[in-house]
Design a protein around this ligand. Sequence first.
Ligand SMILES: [Zn+2]
Length: 326
Amino acid sequence: MSSQINYVFAGDIGGTNMRAALADRSGTLIERGVCQTEPELGLPQAEENLRALFEEVASGVPRDEVGGVVISSAGPIDPDSGIYVHPPNLPGWHDMTMKPGLATSLNLQVTIGHDATLGALAESRYGVGKGAQHLVYVTLSTGVGGGVIANGQMVTGAHGHAGEIGHLLVRPGGQSCNVGCDGCLEGISSGGGIARAATIAMSAGRASSMSDMTGGDIEAVSAQIVFEAAANGDPLGREIVESVIDAVATGFADILNTLDPEYLVVGGAVTGGLQPYWNDLKALVEDKALPHFKGSVPLYVSPLGDDVSLVGAATHAFDLADSRSG
Ligand SMILES: [Zn+2]
């Protein structure tokens, strides 16, 4: 079999949805599908649904021109075996893997990747940092993740867990994340962390227009509501946003000082909320970073949006397929 590899599969498994795409060599996702993950139905059912989704997106192309599969998944997951390790958003999947089953049913090599690291790869090939050899991608979202490209290569670490930028301790003793580190970037500046800061303050009796915005249900405050309240001049909202900007700036300065990237690319829903404050954020990063970043803080918003990890998965799949075929 010596067919040319013109396509690859890219997949993404989250706690809510699974996505599958067929990509071509330009990095374009030419066909895509999505279905619910329904982790409670068990991993074998999800594996079957994902397989069907891959078959569906590939139905219009010669099957022997599809060169491999790369999937980014919620974790923790062992990247070699694909075995899940108590994944909080995929309950019941502990100690199980769909990697060998999918490889057999699709008759393709299946590789598991770290979503933000694949995101960094996508940004370095197709994003704002196209052609970059040194790039860091950070997603400020429900959680905070990060991926690193150094010397043009993905930095994976000894166990596939490199790039956990979300757990940089940016404010020791500050609000903690779900893992329990006190004052990490994720604890303070993730969507959940931002909402929690508001809920805690209001539970302690702090008055805020956010209470009216949620009909008095302070548990229902979201990061989006905090950003809206801040934009409308609510003192608590502004205070929280300032605290987030300070934490993010500290984390970004640490990243710049440690890795000296050409591009620090930021994506995720919280990044949208920070847009009106982007110049303030950039100035604060410049203040906190080493002097050689004066006037040249390489901070950018991701142009790839929600597709970033799928595009990265496709990019990695082509790299792997090409290295296998020599
Ligand atoms: Zn943490």
